[in-house]
Structures are given as C-alpha cells and as structure tokens.
Design a protein around this ligand. Sequence first.
Ligand code: SF4
Ligand code: SF4
Length: 338
Amino acid sequence: MDRVAGLRNLLESSQFFKLVCGAGNENADEVNKLAFIYTLAGCNGFDVSASPEIVKACLDGIEAAMSFEQIYWSDKSQIPYITVSVGMPGDHHVRKAVITDNCIRCDLCIPSCPTNAITPSLLVKDDLCIGCGDCEAVCPPTASAIKYKHNEKELSNILPECIAEGAESIELHAGVPDNQTTIQEWKTVCDCLPDGMVSMCLDRYHLSNVQLIERIRQAKDVAGDRLIIQADGVPISGGKDNFNTTLQAVSIADVINKDLKLKDKRFRKLPVLISGGTNTYTGKLAKQCGVPFSGITIGTHARKLVKEKVDSIIVGKNSPELAVAINSAHNLISSNIS
Ligand code: SF4
Ligand code: SF4
C-alpha cells in the first residue's frame, strides 16, 4: 500500500492520532524527543512547524523510534506521517505573542504560559510561543499588553523544502474571515503537494456555522478528495482534562457532520479530525454524542503529559523516564482511538 493510501486507510478506520508539536514550535530538540516518545507510544501522525530543520528533527525522532529494540506500542509497519502547518495572518496557530510597553509588570502571564515562553524579564521566546493566547487571557484589561505578530512563511519556497525533508502532508490554518486570500493561499498549498493529502484547519472564532460550511465547500473545489478538515474547538489550548474542555472541539465536528456530510453526498467521506481543546476525553465524548471522526489531534495536553520527562530523555536510549512518558502518551492515544 502506498503512503497516501495508508493515510486514507487510517482516516477511514478512525485510527489516526496526530500529535501537534506546535505550528509555531521551532525548538528542534523538543520536537525530536516528542516524535521519539510518541512514535513508541503508537502515534501515527505529527504536526510540526513549516521549517525544514524541524521536519528533519521530527523524522529523526521517528526513525530512532522505528529502529528502537525495546518493544513498546509502536506499529513498526506504520511509519508516522509528518504534516507541516502554515497559517493565514491572524490565525492563532501561527502567531507569536509580543509584550508591549503597556505592560505593568504584574507577572501574571509568566505562569500562565504552557510552554514557558515568557522569561522572568518579560520577554517572549519566539521559538517556544505557540500563539495560544493564555497570556492574553490573564493580562489585566487595564494593561492589555499582549499583542501578536504573524509568523510569516513564504509558502511557495518553504513548503517544497519541507517536503524534500520528509513532510507528506500540509495543513493551512485558515480560521480567519478573509475568504478570498485564504483560498488563494490554499491553492498554493495544494499546488505544492499535488499528490498528497492536504488539510484545512478551521474553527468558529471568526466563522459562523454557515461560513464554516461554505469555506469547506470552497476548499474541496480546489483540493478534491485530497481534502482533510481539521475542526478546532476554541480555545485551542484547552484547560482541564475533562469533558467540558473538549466540548467545543466535538461540537464543531458535529456541525460539519450534520450540516454538510449528512446533507451532501459529495462530502460523505470527507475526513474530519477533531482538534483544539482536545484531551483524554475527546474520543469518548464524540462517541457518546454520536459524532463520527476520522482521527484525533492533540497538542497542548499531549505535550504537557510528557513535559516533565522530556528533558531527561535521550533519543534512542531506554530509561525509566522514557517508559513513564511512553505509558502516559499511550494511555492518551488509546483513550481516544481505541
Ligand atoms: S501563553 Fe501562549 S501565546 Fe502567550 S507566550 Fe505562552 S505560548 Fe505564547
Ligand atoms: S500579564 Fe500583562 S501586564 Fe502583567 S506582566 Fe504579563 S504582559 Fe505585563
């Protein structure tokens, strides 16, 4: 079976689990370790920043896991797929926080950051910031000191380099209102990978349900049956590991199912990944609510689970910390796509 057919197979059987290393995460060492841990835990997809160095770091982590002698949960016949993420200006996945001069130095943002991107001197480390907005949420309204800059990538240059390094799929984060520019960028994405699966990531922060469905229709007109939709709950970074946190992620998948897939037979087989605010309970909630899905994509929560062990793990070497991290990651995967 070729690689694209293999991916389709995983999607059709609802067995795709993708770890989001972070569209804005350019920490190669962390991505390398995450790919190693999560491949051994049975993960079959990774979502990384559109940077050739980061794709290489991810691929190296996957290869180290595939040649690892200790048996864990990985399916050696199924090499995980690497997706690179790019985004429209304004989409929260590809923005970087900036602390402006309005800051009153209350320090509330520092512990709120899930990736420790904010230094004690209140500078944001670009390579760690994932644009989640948690710092903005705690910043006092009297200061409103958090703004964002767009992590600009020249798509037609950077994407072929990422594909040459081993990326097999591209995702465009397109949760922005500007339809015309979005579809132009989408055409560029699709042209860069004419034979591969392409994913459009959408949420309902700027788009109504009607606009969401219309955006998907336009995306399919360009990509045909190569289209995957990643449906994001808002906020994307989630919160507590419970049903309520993941409600919005399941809800957007439900809208796509009821308003599009069940009504229009051209979309009946459209793969939908549930993402954004996903956690241990996402797959369970979707199943209890009768919401079909092709896979589950988890970022912040999945990275948090192994965060304490990551520093002490050496890629390619066994250790008690590695076993604990793999166990946590595997439990997360199996609770979603058992
Ligand atoms: S809280 Fe989120 S947006 Fe703010 S600096 Fe940290 S990662 Fe970036
Ligand atoms: S929460 Fe806002 S005001 Fe407080 S330190 Fe952070 S950026 Fe400054």
